[in-house]
Design a protein around this ligand. Sequence first.
Ligand code: GAR
Length: 321
Amino acid sequence: MKERAKVAVLISGRGSNMAALVYAAKADDCPYEIILVASNDPAAPGLQLAEAEGIDTFAHPHKGLNRAELDQIMHEAVTKTGAEYIALAGYMRILSDEFVSKWQDHMLNIHPSLLPKYKGLNTYQRALDSGDTQAGCSVHLVTPELDDGPVLAQTAVAILSDDTADLLAERVLIAEHQLYSTTLAKYVTREMDPNWILAEVRKRALALEETYERPSFGAPGWRVGSEKTGKYFAYFSHRHFGETGTSLFVKTSGLDEQSALLDADPDLYFAPKFYGKSGWIAIRLDTGRTDWGHIADCLKKSWRMVAPRRLTRMLDIADEF
Ligand code: GAR
């Protein structure tokens, strides 16, 4: 199995969601591990629990610090451990934009409502006061706006006729404990999910001028030019063309460039059996560490090699200056 994703959890209090993440991570096939539990309150009960589970803890009181100062302290504590993700679990501090942008797409939060409903506090009472028939919880990516990032998953919890905010909170918490670990597990393995990978490639391939998708031997492929005379500049292979794993085939300028790439990074590149002799190169997309900027560049280079001259002329002229 690939190495587990390293996750730091930030808490402010009880830490029952953190505990749920920790216990779920004890399963052999859990794709993440909790390597740090940090808090803005040294007396947070969750810290004791984490320590007893053998997890490193860190606490720094927020008193007397402004938002940016506390965030910087937390950021340093978290990065020191090598964490790749942060899971906020009842961390009741508003985060600075700098901190959020440092952890963009790598920081998740759990919130006790069916977002976008009831951001902020008192979510249960607000759901009751509105006469809702359902409350619930959401796991979302953290963006600068409070409780506003893309929702990754939600669980709805039915409201009972004699519910109080406390009773409802108890049931929502049960749902939270299950939702958080499954969503986090899915999220940290998204880069291994062929459908997710394909969608990322597709987005970048179709962003190039005059491109369209057409399958080739059952694999998704992208062409540039007209429907009739267009040419392929990329193929997506998920166990296609006699290969294992998931990869992208793009054109190089020829066999010299192909062998230079193979020499430079044999873990990333290989010569596709089906197309290799004509200078196509395969780039592995299932390492879990794909550099998507690099993939976009490779697609563009390949596109440029086969695109009609009327599309590349301006680029060629620009290159001369
Ligand atoms: C949880 O219900 C969590 O959803 C909520 O605080 C509680 C923390 O409990 N978070 C928020 O309201 C964030 N806006 P826990 O410490 O036992 O996990």
